[in-house]
Design a protein around this ligand. Structure first.
Ligand code: SAH
Length: 234
């Protein structure tokens, strides 16, 4: 069965957006994955289709109502639906390549996109929403975050990327950032491609790439570097 993503949003017209193009878009067309986009507002029952209300306890902004969002989730994901239910949220667990791989190995995802100040805490508890963050910054809504997450997940669904580009050598996959890339022309603006890459010696090339990956990780991401060193020692 195809990987099935359901998005709950107040802005359904933002989808598929970038996910309708290139690798993800071609896979969508081929039916390797499915995208079901639902308007949370359809679950509002009053005349004005109200989806938000003022925060209990006061303060600025608005909060997404639990009754409306709860109904929207229930309509999109009946009991027994095995797909994890995510809420895009700056408070969530940080998205990592490991989590992306886990999601890609599953049957799909339900993704709730927040707006305003966020969603009523009770719906997070009652519907078992798993909060996921795409980084330590604040977006104006969860849609861009959901697109990021799905972009990363979809490319790892079996059949989306060819074997050659299976992604196993990329940044984060082995705990390191990736080595630099070069392509023709051999000399550009006086800068040459490193000789070793043109040597034809595959072992030497692999060693050079490994060393570069380590150097770049050490320079740019001390935390990643320490974790990789610890793992390498074991
Ligand atoms: N008041 C909230 C921010 C709300 S931003 C707070 O301080 O935590 C509005 C919505 O954008 C959120 O509900 C969430 O769905 C989305 N969002 C914002 N930043 C995000 C991030 N870093 N990762 C994932 N989703 C994010």
């Amino acid at each position: 069965m195809a990987f099935s993503a359901t998005i709950l949003t107040l802005y359904p017209e933002m989808f598929p957006g970038p996910l309708g193009h290139a690798l993800a878009g071609r896979a969508l067309q081929k039916g390797i994955w499915e995208l079901d986009v639902r308007d949370i507002r359809d679950a509002a029952t009053d005349r004005h289709h109200t989806v938000d209300d003022t925060p209990a306890g006061g303060g600025p902004g608005m909060v997404m109502k639990p009754d409306v969002l709860g109904r929207a989730i229930d309509a999109a994901s009946p009991p027994g639906d095995p797909r994890p239910r995510l809420l895009m949220s700056p408070r969530g667990e940080p998205l990592t390549q490991r989590l992306v791989r886990d999601f890609a190995a599953g049957s799909g995802l339900i993704i709730v996109c927040g707006r305003f100040e966020g969603v009523d805490e009770r719906v997070i508890e009652a519907r078992g929403l798993r909060e996921v963050s795409i980084g330590d910054f604040v977006l104006s809504g969860g849609e861009a975050a959901a697109i990021c997450l799905l972009d990363a997940v979809v490319r790892l669904i079996p059949g989306v990327m060819g074997k050659a580009e299976s992604g196993l050598e990329e940044s984060f996959e082995n705990g390191l950032l990736e080595h630099p890339h070069y392509t023709r022309p051999r000399i550009w603006e006086g800068r040459a491609i490193p000789d070793v890459l043109l040597s034809g010696d595959h072992e030497k090339i692999a060693r050079w790439r490994r060393e570069q990956a380590q150097k770049i990780t050490q320079e740019r991401r001390p935390g990643l570097w320490r974790a990789w060193r610890r793992r390498d020692d074991d």
